[in-house]
Design a protein around this ligand. Structure first.
Ligand code: MRU
Length: 347
């Protein structure tokens, strides 16, 4: 197995290591992933997160299992368990299905083909991020201030990220001057992870609480909103971290362009529209308080009722443009997303 190195995932000397994102930015702790059930726990617990990265990580975990000589039956059962570790990001299912296809018809298990497919998924994700950034940067003016939500960066992909990839390359070219980062309640992927990435890249940024976005946009300081996606339906509706839909409504009201950045692995042609996207519901504890190291600081009464969807769905009509690796789709100009995508991929 080849060595593969990214910001949050490493396949090195035959070992698979993940950066435990729950501990950022306090500590950079790498965890060795020894089996598929551990990878499922790492993904469910958000140690490994972000739509493209969970697909890549799942693929590499399955490749290790195949290479280790697991029986074909047990390998397929592990693949089915991993496939449903999180329900919303379709990249996970796309990656696992690609490996199942590479494995061949049961009872066959083509171990070399599985390893090759997993490593190709890693390489392709790096390239997809760069292609998204190229298309996205071309849309930016000079010295823009961008508002982003959650973390769609190098921590969420094998490459430079999707939304943050555009921001990173845009900054290098003088097109991005400043980034506002939504803290992203309840698990603070913006405040903890995106701010960490931007600091490391030397990109000026300011963290805001999610409920400040309206006032921030009203102040006229945001030129553009750029976010990632976990699943894009066939009609262009976009599932992303909860709070994204609110930002899209605000952007529409304030006439601020709203961009969604994603690789083709995030598009789900089998899902006709946003109503068909399964939205993950997470534990009440995430909202009732916060984990501080090994302790939980609870600010609500323990049995307080909680609604905690991890994602929401933004209708395509609120998206100014979807920046994919193959090009830029504008719902207002070309309403037929699938038709556009087919042409775009064939170019
Ligand atoms: O729950 P998370 O942290 O996995 O959610 C991540 C997001 O919503 C990201 O915006 C999305 O996966 C795109 S990452 C390139």
């Amino acid at each position: 197995m080849r060595d593969l190195i990214s910001q949050a995932l490493r396949q090195e000397g035959g070992r698979l290591l993940v950066l435990d994102q729950r501990q950022l930015p306090r500590k950079e702790v790498w965890v060795e992933c020894r089996d598929v059930d551990q990878m499922i726990e790492l993904i469910r617990g958000l140690a490994v997160r972000g739509a493209p990265l969970i697909g890549v990580a799942a693929a590499l975990a399955l490749a290790r299992l195949a290479a280790a000589g697991e029986t074909a039956t047990a390998w397929r059962a592990a693949a089915e368990r991993l496939r449903v570790a999180r329900p919303t990001a379709v990249n996970l299912m796309v990656a696992v299905d690609r490996l199942l296809l590479a494995a061949g018809h049961p009872p066959k298990l083509d171990r070399m083909a599985v390893v090759d497919a997993a490593e190709t998924i890693f390489d392709e994700d790096v390239e997809l991020c760069e292609a998204i950034a190229r298309h996205g940067v071309a849309l930016l003016g000079q010295g823009e201030t961008i508002l982003t939500h959650c973390n769609a960066g190098a921590l969420a992909t094998a490459g430079i990220g999707t939304a943050l990839g555009i921001i990173r390359r845009g900054f290098e070219q003088g097109r991005v001057a400043h980034v506002f980062v939504d803290e992203t309640r309840p698990l603070l992927q913006g405040a903890r992870l995106t701010a960490w990435e931007l600091a490391r890249a030397g990109i000026p940024h300011t963290v805001v609480c999610d409920n400040m976005a309206a006032a921030l946009m009203a102040s006229g300081r945001v030129h553009r909103v750029v976010v990632g996606a976990d699943r894009i339906a066939a009609n262009g509706d976009v599932a992303n971290k909860v709070g994204t839909y609110g930002l899209a409504v605000l952007a529409n009201h304030h006439r601020v362009p709203f961009l969604v950045a994603a690789p083709r692995t995030t598009v789900d042609p089998a899902c006709p529209d946003g109503r068909g996207i399964p939205v993950e519901q997470r534990a009440a504890d995430e909202v009732l308080g916060v984990a501080c190291g090994s302790k939980v600081l609870r600010w609500c009464l323990p049995r307080t009722a909680v609604w905690n969807p991890a994602f929401d769905v933004t209708p395509a009509a609120l998206v100014t443009a979807c920046v994919l690796d193959c090009g830029v789709w504008s719902p207002a100009i070309t309403p037929d997303f699938m038709g556009w995508l087919k042409q775009c991929k064939n170019k």
